[in-house]
Design a protein around this ligand. Structure first.
Ligand code: GDP
Length: 301
């Protein structure tokens, strides 16, 4: 599948290490667990998550009397998938069943926020939805033009104001216009200023207030966009954003360009925020729903 192809880099480094491990150890013992632990940590799975996985594997292998590493493999994949998707429905986007759905995109510059909005607009339009984009990143030079470019490519309208204008005013405008155009979905870009957390917090709070005033149950999603190639740095960004606003889901971009795909597990498990979608390239159809089982099984193939 596309999903597995996009994971080629993560997969090759991970499965190479796993193959070596299984070739070296036929028997489940402490040395095996220690090496497995090291492989997972070096794949950016995250120390806490790794500890949990190893502890549970250790206990269950005793309990179920699993003595060969070969017999342990299904349990390893099962554990990893379980850590990635606790409800089995993690990747579902929350859509408004009777009215316009509003989604807010947050994240620092360069992570792929604008690209992701463009891809999502394209996909939703292909599903027959009427999509409108709001150019709420009035701060970064070129952000508005870039979003307009994606709007053109996807064939959807973009609501904008001048650079430097108040993001909340842009979003307010966009809600009004989108409503009058009877849009199904409004995708809102925002500025990604992390340097000043208080500003970021205030700005996002203001934007959310404007949205909620117009549509009480909105925003239906606040999606944090993170760049997988930045590994543990993405984790610390996620922590900061979570302090600044409520985040309902994560979109992890550039999984195609990294061997650090294991970061998905750390994010899911340590932040307890579902990974909803992943970016697997720069083209319009390179955004895919995150499939936990597919992800883990992909790593082992
Ligand atoms: P923003 O500043 O967060 O809006 O980031 P952009 O949308 O401008 O993206 C920054 C760069 O990352 C661009 O060159 C994009 O083409 C690239 N990019 C975004 N998503 C992906 C992805 O999933 N895979 C790859 N390989 N590149 C991506």
């Amino acid at each position: 599948s596309r999903f597995r192809e996009g994971l080629a880099k993560t997969r090759s480094s991970f499965s190479e290490a796993m193959n070596e491990l299984f070739a070296q150890y036929r028997e489940v013992n402490e040395d095996f667990f220690e090496e497995l632990e090291e492989i997972l940590i070096s794949s950016d799975v995250g120390v806490e998550t790794v500890m949990e996985i190893i502890d549970e594997l250790r206990n269950e292998s005793l309990l179920k009397n699993i003595r060969t590493t070969e017999k342990l493999t299904p349990l390893i994949t099962e554990k990893m998938a379980e850590k990635l998707d606790r409800t089995g429905e993690d990747s579902k986007l929350n859509m408004n069943p009777d009215g316009m759905t509003v989604m807010l995109f947050v994240g620092v510059n360069g992570v792929g926020k604008t690209t992701t909005i463009g891809k999502m607009a394209h996909q939703m339009k292909a599903e027959g939805k009427k999509v409108v984009l709001a150019a709420g990143d009035t701060f970064r030079a070129g952000a508005i033009e870039q979003l307009e470019g994606w709007g053109e490519r996807a064939g959807v309208d973009v609501i904008k104001q001048q650079a430097g204008s108040d993001p909340a005013a842009v979003i307010y405008d966009a809600i009004k216009s989108a409503k009058s155009r009877q849009a199904d979905v409004l995708l809102c870009d925002t500025a990604g200023r992390l340097q000043n957390k208080v500003n970021l917090m205030n700005e996002l709070a203001k934007v959310k207030r404007v949205i909620t005033r117009e549509i009480p149950e909105a925003p239906h999603e606040v999606l944090l966009v993170l760049d997988a190639t930045t590994g543990q740095n993405a984790m610390s960004q996620a922590k900061t954003f979570r302090e600044a606003t409520e985040v309902s889901g994560i979109i992890l971009t550039k999984l195609d360009g990294t061997a650090k795909g294991g970061i998905v597990m750390a994010i899911r498990n340590e932040l307890n925020i579902p990974v909803k979608m992943v970016g697997l390239g720069e083209k319009l159809d390179d955004l895919q729903p995150f499939e936990a089982e597919d992800f883990v099984y992909g790593l082992f193939k």
